[in-house]
Write a protein that binds this ligand. Structure first.
Ligand code: ADP
Ligand code: MG
Ligand code: MG
Length: 890
């Protein structure tokens, strides 16, 4: 039987592995192999596979048979290639031992450099290099790293010794230490190791090597790595690989250097050499901030106003070679690369490459330009931009350069950053806004009454409520930055203060919130305005030609509808009519209607609401210019429209002319133990058909008017919420049809329209076949459907969903990303049964999930006709829908 292959070699223009073998070799190992294969200068080495890591843990931390021999053979091969030998006194081979998992885990596991040095080989290295100082510098670095990573003698021990030594000798910089200085320092280092461990620093190079290999494999399960994996959904079973590689030295004097670079600018996407280097330095010196690194290109140096020469100027040959390597890497990987390199006595060596992380702006520019350069095609470009990242471009963002004093952190409920005066009351927010103030509305939680205040605020902060709480949903819809559920905040409405971590902020004082991170900051932090670049538009056009699903928006105000059109919405998927009820000029009539004793008493105020609603709808139809518009009839429980505090009750009593005592009695009658499951949705229409009749009339008349104004044929889609039974929809549809006939007769005009329903209760999903006999379309209201399927109140979920996430019971908040297994199954069932009854029934989704990329993939799988989302998520949905369609093709 052939022995298992545990070790893969690379270097000298060839390799046993390839870039495709990431699972086996880890990202670093696979790309070192690939760079060797395409002829780039890579110091020779080998990769111990991730399978060894798995075997190691399955077998009580024992290595599999054959590993030792394979490592020895591979090490010999490196020695032959570079003409040195591991552990040999005169001509010692030194290696680095580097970790490298399948997914990059930056800074999670450790690397040891210069391994193979001891009291004897260091002399050999000094002689061979003719540079004693370099040899002893390398040795002290090795002792430091090895102790830290392998022996658990912490870094500060050595920093302390070095700092003390420098003070003694009156040195400022490490570079001032001579060979003899380093010898002294090393003696002190070794004494400290002895003290800490009760045994000397290991001199046997084989012991050193296996110590380092053990440490890398061992680090796969350290706490840091565990936490990182959990946060990034990386399974423990993947394991890490270990790379052992011949050292090249950036610390061999002034013709040597080490650096990090990107093949393009990762912040702007510009095609220009980007990065830093440090002369006479090794490995992490560049990022460690010991000395200030220098620019790579002359242009960057000038732009940055650096005094020290750039690599282009100081090492022109190595720089030219680096630029050449960039070209080769991009031509090969067809992707922007993030690299590590070292120059040893003028010669360039590549030590790492991977796809570079970038901002959304850079991602767009790079994708579009690479198509122009012929490196990738449009389809590839579409898949290169992460839809969620576009959010960065659609809202103001905090200036990353600015200082910030963080007060607390809540949920990143609606992206964007805003600074303003703290105000605790919605009416006051509206007043201040009129006087030209920027305000942040701070509430324990918000309700529909706060709409006006939320609209007036530049940002919203709540101490309670999750990602789909009222505040979060409405803020996203309006494109207002929002931080919700900042549980550490103590809000005192009476005193008009908020307190957190001992700090108190009073009304009128300035705070800043970042709805993209959930951070709440004291004072004003400068923001940058969003800009939609040409690349953005180009990529969106490409996406549109490749997607199947339509993208609509959830919008009820003309402002939102216009914004959504600007972002490319193809209609309205959800117009929530209740938001229209709150505006100042109609809330009194709405309240009179709710407070009335009988139908006649209700019809009177309804007749006053009718013309304003008609005008609302007319405007939306006109803005949408013939595109489909789905209007949901009144949904929330009526008590949401009524006053709560004594003050408000007194005010409303005066406005409506109803005695305060009667008002209180009516409030008591309307109060519900469980409003989410109470008298709401179509249940209101069943009890008070005249409300829905008024709304239907407003819709039909608004459609006729808009039709005349725009010359477009307007076909409204009337949506009945919270239907559980066909009988409910039958009852209400009959009334809507009757209104349509009336309006048609009165105006002498044909009225075309559709009546459909939300599918947002499990029963409705199961009975979809029957419901589709009456419903002409379905829209999946996945917020309520998630709530009712899980039996979790979405307004209360924030307090415990986080526990579920932390304890790994769920991978994602089901209110953010659609639960495919449960809720998704109901969606599938409803789609199938609906289609079986009514061929080609139009299907859409209008929950928050309609703007969530991974949920959009699911919608494509189920074959929905459209997704509908907040205006500010429309571009994200367009891109995600295109990616989902492309993913399905392949
Ligand atoms: P990380 O994954 O944290 O970047 P690396 O294994 O890439 O860790 O190594 C840390 C640093 O050491 C990097 O700057 C890298 O370029 C440098 N390095 C690693 N191996 C060698 C080597 N064989 N010769 C010179 N420098 C090396
Ligand atoms: Mg690295
Ligand atoms: Mg609902």
């Amino acid at each position: 039987m052939a022995e298992n292959k545990w070790v893969y070699s690379f270097g000298d223009g060839k390799a046993e592995g390839t870039a495709e073998m990431k699972n086996l070799l880890g990202g670093k190992g696979a790309n070192l192999a690939e760079m060797s294969n395409i002829g780039l200068p890579v110091p020779p080495g080998f990769t111990i596979t991730t399978e060894v890591c798995t075997a190691f843990y399955e077998n009580d931390r024992q290595y599999p048979d054959g590993l030792t021999a394979q490592v020895e053979a591979a090490l010999d091969a490196i020695g032959k290639s570079v003409g040195m030998n591991f552990g040999e006194k005169e001509n010692p081979l030194l290696v680095s031992v580097r970790s490298g998992a399948r997914a990059s885990m930056p800074g999670m596991m450790d690397t040891v450099l210069n391994l193979g040095l001891n009291d004897e080989t260091v002399e050999g290295l000094a002689k061979r290099s003719g540079d004693e100082r370099f040899a002893y510098d390398s040795y002290r670095r090795f002792i430091q790293m090895y102790c830290d990573v392998v022996l658990g003698v912490e870094h500060y021990n050595f920093e302390e010794i070095l700092e003390y030594y420098k003070e003694e000798q009156e040195y400022d910089l490490d570079t001032e230490l001579t060979a003899d200085d380093w010898k002294d320092v090393i003696a002190r280092y070794k004494a400290r190791v002895d003290e800490e461990l009760g045994k000397p620093f290991p001199q046997d190079v084989t012991e050193q090597l296996w110590g380092a290999i053990d440490a890398v494999f061992g680090s796969w399960r350290n706490r840091r790595a565990d936490t990182y994996r959990r946060l990034h959904n990386i399974p423990e079973s993947w394991g890490t690989a270990v790379n052992v590689q011949a050292m090249v030295f950036g610390n061999m004097g002034d013709s040597s250097a080490t650096g990090v670079a990107f093949t393009r600018n990762p912040a702007t996407g510009e095609k220009a050499v980007y990065g830093e280097f440090l002369v006479n330095a090794q490995g992490e010196d560049v990022v460690a901030g010991i000395r200030t690194p220098q620019s790579l290109s002359k242009a960057a140096r000038i732009a940055g106003g650096d005094k020290k020469p750039s690599m282009e100027e100081e090492m022109p040959d190595a720089y030219a070679e680096l630029v050449d390597v960039f070209g080769k890497l991009e031509a090969h990987y067809r992707e922007m690369q993030d690299v590590e390199f070292t120059v040893q006595e003028g010669k360039l060596w590549m030590l790492q490459t991977r796809s570079g992380k970038r901002t959304a702006k850079a991602a767009l520019k790079i994708a579009v330009e690479m198509v122009g350069e012929g490196l990738i095609d449009e389809r590839m470009a579409i898949t290169r931009v992460e839809p969620g990242a576009l959010d960065q471009l659609l809202h103001p963002t905090l200036d990353p350069e600015a200082d910030r004093e963080i007060l607390t952190k809540g949920l990143p409920a609606s992206p964007g950053a805003a600074s303003g005066e703290v105000v605790f009351n919605s009416d006051e927010a509206a007043k201040l806004k009129q006087d030209g103030h920027d305000v942040i509305l701070v509430r324990v939680e918000t309700s529909p009454e706060d709409i006006n205040g939320m609209h007036s605020a530049v940002g919203i902060l709540t101490s309670r409520g999750g990602m789909t709480s009222h505040a979060a949903v409405v803020a996203r819809g309006m494109g207002r930055p929002c931080v919700s559920g900042a549980g550490a905040l103590r809000i005192d409405y009476q005193a008009e203060t908020l307190t957190v971590a001992g700090e108190t902020v009073k009304k009128g004082e300035i705070i800043t919130i970042d709805g993209g991170t959930g951070e709440v900051m004291k004072g004003r932090v400068p923001t940058l305005q969003p800009e939609l670049s040409g690349d953005f538009a180009t990529l969106m056009e490409w996406a549109d030609t490749h997607r199947r699903m339509k993208v609509r928006t959830n919008a009820e105000t003309p402002t939102d509808a216009k914004t959504a059109r600007k972002f490319g919405a193809e209609g309205i998927g959800l117009c929530r009519t209740e938001h229209m009820f709150f505006e100042a000029n109609r809330i009194t009539h709405v309240r009179q209607m709710i407070l009335a004793k009988d139908e006649a008493g209700r019809r009177e105020p309804l007749s006053k609401i009718l013309p304003v609603q008609r005008d609302d709808f007319r405007q939306l139809f006109e803005i949408m210019h013939g595109l489909p518009v789905t209007i949901r009839l009144l949904d929330p429980p009526l008590h949401e429209f009524l006053p709560k505090t004594d003050e408000e009750i007194a005010e409303v009593a005066e406005d409506t002319g109803m005695p305060a005592a009667d008002l209180r009695r009516r409030l008591m009658e309307l109060a519900e133990a469980n409003p989410m499951l109470g008298h709401r949705g179509c249940r209101l229409g069943i009890t008070f058909p005249e409300i829905y009749e008024m709304q239907a009339r407003a819709i039909f008349e608004g459609a006729l008017e808009a039709g005349k104004a725009t010359g477009e044929h307007v076909i409204p889609e009337i949506m009945v919420p919270l239907v559980a039974m066909k009988a409910e929809l039958d009852f209400l549809k009959a009334r809507i049809v009757a209104v349509a006939e009336e309006v048609s007769k009165e105006h002498g005009a044909e009225i075309e329209y559709h009546v459909g329903t939300m599918i947002e209760l499990p029963r409705a999903a199961l009975m979809a076949g029957e419901i589709a006999e009456t419903a002409e379309f379905f829209s999946f209201g996945t917020n309520d459907l998630t709530q009712t399927t899980f039996g979790i109140s979405r307004d209360d979920a924030a307090t415990f969903i986080n526990d579920y996430l932390q304890k790994n019971l769920i991978a994602q908040d089901p209110f953010v990303s659609l639960d495919r297994d449960g809720v998704g199954e109901l969606v599938k069932i409803a789609a199938e049964r609906g289609r079986a009854t009514r061929d080609g029934i139009k299907l859409g989704i209008c929950g928050e999930h309609g703007g969530d990329p991974s949920s959009i993939y699911f919608c494509e799988d189920v074959g929905l006709d459209y997704v509908s989302c907040s205006p500010y998520r429309v571009p994200i949905a367009r891109l995600a829908a295109a990616q989902a369609a492309l993913a399905k093709e392949t």
